[in-house]
Design a binder for this molecule. Sequence first.
Ligand SMILES: *Cc1c(COP(=O)(O)O)cnc(C)c1O
Length: 468
Amino acid sequence: MNKPERFRPPSVDTVLRSAGGELAIANHGRMSATDAVRQVLDRLRAGGQPIGGSVEQIGRMALDFLEERGRPSQRPVINLTGTVLHTNLGRALLAEEAIEAVVAAMRAPTNLEYEIEAGQRGERDAHVRGLIQELTGAEDAILVNNNASAVLLVLNTLAREREAIVSRGELIEIGGAFRMPDIMARAGAVLREVGTTNRTHPRDYAEAIGPQTGLLMKVHTSNYVVQGFTAEVEPAELAKLARQHGLPFVDDLGSGTLIDLSRWGLRREKTVQDALKGGADLVTFSGDKLLGGPQAGIVAGRKDLIAKLAKNPLKRALRLDKLRLAALEATLRLYRNPDRLAELLPTLRLFTRKAADLRALAERLQPQLAGGLGSGWVVDIIDCASQIGSGALPLETLPSAGFAIRPAGKAAGSAVEKLAAGFRAVPVPVIGRIAQGALVFDLRCLEDEALFGAQISALKLEGGDGLA
Ligand SMILES: *Cc1c(COP(=O)(O)O)cnc(C)c1O
């Protein structure tokens, strides 16, 4: 005998005829809707609890389940972490020109590997090679999946079963398991470490060179600096040494910029042109770090060496697809006019936003944020120090502004974590960071104020209070 309060499920058909059920069918099809209603009913039956009323409610739950499941896994977020090139948030945002080029390449066949004038088979990297030659002065260039691939291809081609000589001060690990010694091993190269962590001298390299040597390599210490009693060998000196022994000298720049960033008040970082002028035979760098383009790995340098890389079967496995080639070409075109770069290239635009403008933005948004959060929270405007990210200019910070949000009175230690989770649960998740008991939002990367405002309105606080 059923007790009267026990859950008595309606039939699946009844739920499908409710408003929610009908909408579920319209939006997701009868099969998915039926399945969702069954799942909801099963869950309710397993829970055994009486649910107030209604077929309507169950229909709505089935619809919610389907909407939730239908949401893309990868979706836009609002980056208020203060790190511009955030690897976990997808690094560089593409310029509109690049976005348009990608969309065009998606919609129609292209001359990806076809020479239109000659009417014959062409080469995919040719679309970008000329631009790299023009912008960097390199003899030649080749494109792969990312800079990790670029390093892998170079080592595998030029130092397989031979030694690659690197300073102990440059055996980097980049977040996400790029460790130079591991890449070397996978490339089939034997790592020959020279010098010490803090000091490496020309003679260290010279003494390590022998018949087994494949190349000399310099690696940009992207995400750290060695300070104090230090010595490193200038690239020009390494280049000379390499030349004397007929060995290639490879400079892994990591981020790799094509322009002098001091023009925009940033610290000057060695450019690709500098590295090539400094005697590097090959330079490797990323497309989606300081360059501000799509994920890609670029190798620029000596023609004969690039030709060897092109012949390696690994190149085929690591090659770029037409979408990223389109994005990279469009991005590089923007570098032809540096005067407009800070306006057109989102990465540079974000780097160069002024602290005063960001503070004004904070002052504009503060009332809405404080109002949305209600009396339980204090929203202070604070100075922030944004980071470039992705291991580029690791010690450089950009003066910025934002918010520190703290509980107004005494609150559980987890209150700030819960608030951060609440901001992640809105339709366009807002990602900040927690520091010293506060949820901190750095506004450097916030360009769409209205979008942020809409997320504040959508925020659901625990206890249900504080919604404006
Ligand atoms: C970032 C970096 C890499 C890896 O580049 P990805 O494009 O992320 O694969 C390799 N070397 C250095 C020095 C780097 O900074």
